[in-house]
Ligand binder design. Structure first.
Ligand SMILES: [Zn+2]
Length: 221
């Protein structure tokens, strides 16, 4: 219930914006990712990162991007999970991946409007491509597939329910990140089979306007 206080004095379902004073470890991770994205892709993405109490219970995801009617976006991460992750090296790798992945969505102009988000939701292939693109951005920005791998393991550990937004299979996301981290940063080519399922993922030379190249039968949507 919104407005109710928790035992620790925080409001339920409230967003606390990450800053240098209250969340120095998380702030540092977010700033490092921001600098790497700027270095590799030439764009400065301000995530306006927030920690939200009760997010995981509410939506069954660790992080989510909120889109406002004016087109402004903000990224929220579950408060308790983020605070815990910030205490270990593995957790920091996961947080960096979350920041880089969500920055990737903004960088590539995904879900710029409600209308576009609704349209994208109709196409499993388009949604999968967007998720893989965000994972590829993360792998290139952080120079490694470790974040996507750790995130995928962590999702299993906390029994994260399967997404209803056509997310790719976690094993395919790991494959995509590994392919993207090769040679200091690669694009990937994703081949779909006749059943419109991902069949193969390969590294291809980096092409920043086409990070994920899809090869699929014409009737796949
Ligand atoms: Zn995503």
């Amino acid at each position: 219930m919104s407005g109710k206080k928790r035992d620790d004095g925080l409001e339920n379902n409230a967003t606390y914006y990450v800053d240098e004073t209250h969340d120095p470890a998380i702030f540092k991770i977010a700033q490092e990712v921001r600098a790497k994205i700027k270095e590799k892709f030439g764009k400065d993405i301000d995530l306006r990162l927030g920690l939200k109490t009760g997010l995981y219970q509410e939506i069954g995801r660790i992080a989510s991007t909120n889109l406002y009617p004016d087109g402004h976006k903000e990224v929220v991460i579950d408060y308790d999970i983020a605070k815990k992750l910030a205490q270990t090296d593995r957790g920091k790798t996961i947080l960096a991946n979350i920041c880089a992945h969500e920055s990737g969505h903004t960088l590539l102009g995904h879900a710029k409007s409600f209308q576009q988000a609704l349209e994208d939701a109709q196409s499993p292939m388009r949604r999968q491509k967007q998720e893989l693109e965000a994972d590829v951005v993360s792998a290139i920005a952080t120079g490694s597939s470790a974040g996507v791998e750790a995130n995928s393991e962590f999702a299993k550990e906390i029994n994260q329910p399967p997404s209803n937004y056509h997310h790719p299979d976690p094993a395919d996301r790991v494959k995509a990140a590994q392919a993207a981290a090769k040679n200091g940063g690669s694009s990937i080519a994703v081949t779909y089979d006749e059943d419109c399922k991902i069949n193969d993922i390969q590294s291809v030379p980096l092409n920043v306007t086409q990070l994920v190249q899809i090869k699929a039968p014409a009737d796949c949507k």
